[in-house]
Design a protein around this ligand. Structure first.
Ligand code: NAD
Ligand code: UDP
Length: 314
């Protein structure tokens, strides 16, 4: 049995990861400051003797004895990470520094939840790990993009300088049950708007693309990366290469929810990436990983979750 720390464990991806790690027979410490996470996401795990919940902010030091660390703490939705941009940088940079210090002291393996945003508004398509990206260092998304890039730098420097056992995964747009109703990202916004018969808000003309990965596939990839026996440290892309425009995505949500909602167009946020699609050949080769859940199956489960959540909230 391993003792595993999951920072951001009460968030959307974190709660699925905690559950999977417990089911696989591990002891899990879930650390969260509940900025965007919720106790609802992990309430069902609280009865488990191998699960421990800690309210803590990763911008402060934390001590524990652990074998592995998954560092997920960081708001991921643009409205949430822009709400307090300075705090977002601190969370990414100080958070990973403290976690790397902990990993060094405990000789633990640490996996950093990085992001496709390190590629910025990419000029290379699809994005491969050796692409250095096209990132605005002073824009409204920079607190997140540059914070995550600096976190990758620290991971690599602790690895080179202090031999810390590090892993970097670059996560592409992931969706599924337990996303927050007020998350503000496209999947939750469109589904909730469609279920409530409200206008579907496309930012820009809807020609920008994204590639959506179902959360169970992502968690699979993260665990494979953490435990790979080749000491493959990454970075590695984890995402579903099935690319679509945001307009096509809105139409799919309308179809799957049988909604009467109309599509309306709103201004495009600044620095919104035009195209995004992961090249996952490295993950296939090194981890034997690829996503298995197709978009309709994943969306039906997500729609069912939001439908229940909306009814509960009245
Ligand atoms: P989320 O907002 O649901 O989860 C983030 C969690 O971190 C929340 O529980 C939040 O309360 C916690 N947190 C935030 N700041 C903290 C702090 N200072 N101290 C302690 N806890 C803090 O987002 P998510 O979608 O689950 O994303 C999880 C991780 O994966 C993030 O690091 C994100 O950058 C990364 N990621 C996610 C996606 C995606 O599509 N979901 C894509 C790329 C990268
Ligand atoms: N988007 C949209 N309507 C919304 C929310 C988002 O059209 O209500 C667009 C957004 O401008 C972006 C894409 O959907 O082009 C994905 O946005 P999201 O915030 O989910 O994540 P991103 O990939 O931009 O970080």
């Amino acid at each position: 049995m391993k003792r595993i720390l999951v920072t951001g464990g009460a968030g959307f991806i974190g709660c699925h990861l905690c559950e999977r790690l417990l089911n696989e027979g591990n002891e899990v410490i879930c650390l969260d400051n509940f900025f965007t996470g919720s106790k609802d996401n992990i309430r069902h795990l609280l009865q488990n003797n191998h699960f421990e919940l800690v309210r803590h902010d990763v911008t402060k030091e934390y001590y524990a004895e652990v074998d592995q660390i998954y560092n997920l703490a960081c708001p991921a939705s643009p409205p949430h990470y822009q709400y307090n941009a300075i705090k977002t940088v601190k969370t990414s940079v100080l958070g990973v520094m403290y976690m790397l210090g902990l990993a060094k002291r405990c000789n633990a393996t640490i996996l950093q939840a990085s992001t496709s945003e390190v590629y910025g508004d990419p000029k290379v398509h699809p994005q491969k790990e050796d692409y250095w990206g096209n990132v605005n260092p002073i824009g409204v998304r920079s607190c997140y993009d540059e914070g995550k890039r600096c976190a990758e730098t620290l991971m690599m420097d602790y690895h080179r300088q202090n031999s810390v056992n590090t892993r970097i995964v670059r996560i592409f747009n992931t969706y599924g049950p337990n996303m927050a109703v007020n998350d503000g990202r496209v999947v939750s916004n469109f589904i909730i708007q469609a279920l409530q018969g409200k206008d579907i808000t496309i930012y820009g003309d809807g020609s920008q693309t994204r590639s959506f990965c179902y959360v169970s596939d992502l968690v699979d990839g993260m665990i494979k990366m953490m435990n790979n026996s080749d000491n493959f440290i990454g970075p590695v892309n984890l995402g579903n290469p099935s690319e679509r425009t945001i307009l096509e995505f809105a139409e799919l949500i309308i179809k799957l929810t049988n909604s009467n909602s109309k599509i309306v167009y709103k201004p495009l946020p600044k620095d919104d990436p035009v195209r995004r699609k992961p090249d996952i050949s490295l993950a296939k080769e090194k981890l034997g990983w690829q996503p298995l859940v197709d978009i309709e199956t994943g969306l039906r489960k997500t729609i069912e979750y939001f439908d229940k959540k909306i009814r509960e909230n009245g």
